[in-house]
Design a binder for this molecule. Structure first.
Ligand SMILES: Cc1ncc(COP(=O)(O)O)c(C=O)c1O
Length: 375
């Protein structure tokens, strides 16, 4: 049985005609950059998210950078975020000469531990960036409460959580990435909503921020060849937008398929003492961008080997927490403050998870996990 970590080709085959036609249409009209498809996609995504403005851009890293650039921050201003994320979240903070202030994670959910945010706030703190890791949301109500109290901006890193629902205490449901001042996402091929290359988007309900972000993404230009801001060149191209326009229609189906696969994994794996299956938070659903387990008793490397022998791929997201990354040693993080991210990075393992996973494949993977000695 051939099992892939992510199966993009079979997903494509199911909608091949629609995708091929939409790409052909862009080529026919040669609207490769800043064309109609991009405008339509921005509007479609805004409708889906229930937000006023969507600005498409080159990738998810750029989306975060554009968001920070729009906020008039000064060198040395502090940005609070999680110690356990893909490096892009931190990279953009450092590149803009801001200071990444890291918070440990909750050991069960792998999300930023909101109880530890307030103690990291100083007079230089300006922004909090929660990361909705692996497809479920950080505790946004709690984070927004803290941000309001200290007058901070919130930029949501929703690169892994597009389509995730957040259940607010007043009974309303909002989409992940739409509660903070600015939300950012990625359309990298493995993401919940994915294109056939690089792509990203920034979203906001704030008209002024939207105006500025759109300008910064296009060389700071507000009128042709008039540059009001120092900007960058970060654009989603027409072909990617046309693919995303097709795939957005299937996003909820894709998420349901991930959720069903996760449920089946949970059911089959629940009696294995040597692993912990993913925890879910009460304030959002889980879109299972990743299905990540904890392997107990320091057995992760042996388990990976065992899975490899059965041709089952697995991945470690992420083997090193940010505070231990060589490039970020300059910030002198204190290792003792990151007990949970240290533990999780040493014991976490992501199993195959994608929209095309079959029950038979999940059974095969679960059997291999059962036939392993965790002692
Ligand atoms: C949490 C997180 N933030 C940001 C990014 C950056 O997105 P991109 O790869 O599109 O630049 C990613 C994706 O790789 C991510 O997982």
């Amino acid at each position: 049985m051939e099992i892939k970590m992510v199966d993009l080709y079979n997903q494509y085959l199911k909608i091949k005609t629609e995708i091929d036609n939409s790409i052909a249409e862009v080529i026919k009209r040669s609207s490769f950059v800043k064309g109609e498809e991009v405008k339509i996609f921005e509007q479609n995504l805004a409708n889906y998210l229930g937000i006023k403005h969507v600005i498409a851009c080159g990738n998810g890293t750029d989306a975060l950078q554009l968001a920070l650039m729009a906020l008039d921050l000064n060198e040395g201003d502090e940005v609070i975020t999680t110690d356990f994320t893909f490096i892009a979240t931190i990279e953009v903070i450092a590149l803009l000469k801001l200071k990444p202030v890291l918070v440990d994670i909750d050991v069960n959910t792998f999300l930023i531990d909101t109880a530890q945010i307030e103690e990291k706030i100083t007079e230089k703190t300006r922004v909090i960036i929660p990361v909705h890791l692996f497809g479920q949301s950080a505790n946004m109500e709690e984070i927004i409460k803290i941000a309001r109290k200290y007058n901070l901006y919130v930029i949501e890193d929703a690169a892994q959580s597009l389509g995730c629902d957040i259940y607010l205490s007043d009974g309303t449901i909002k989409k992940s990435g739409t509660l903070g001042d600015i939300g950012c996402t990625s359309f990298f091929p493995t993401k919940n909503l994915a294109c056939f290359g690089d792509g990203g988007a920034v979203f906001t309900n704030n008209d002024d921020l939207a105006f500025k972000i759109r300008a910064i993404a296009n060389h700071g230009m507000t009128k042709r060849y008039y540059h009001q801001f120092i900007g960058v060149n970060s654009r989603l191209d027409g072909i990617q937008a046309s693919i995303l326009n097709v795939k957005l229609k299937y996003l909820d189906t894709y998420i349901n398929s991930r959720i069903n696969s996760a449920k089946y994994y949970n059911e089959l794996l629940k009696d294995i003492d040597g692993i912990i299956t993913p925890h879910t938070v009460p304030w959002s659903n889980h879109t299972y961008h990743q299905y990540s387990i904890i392997v107990k008793n320091n057995k992760r490397d042996n388990l990976i080997e065992h899975l490899n022998k059965h041709n089952i791929p697995s991945m470690i997201y992420y083997p090193l927490p940010v505070h231990k990354q060589p490039a970020y040693k300059i910030y002198n993080y204190n290792d003792n403050m990151f007990k949970n991210s240290n533990y999780v990075s040493q014991n976490i393992l992501s199993l195959p998870m994608h929209t095309e996973l079959t029950p038979a494949q999940i059974e095969y993977i679960a059997n291999a996990l059962k036939n392993f000695s965790y002692k």
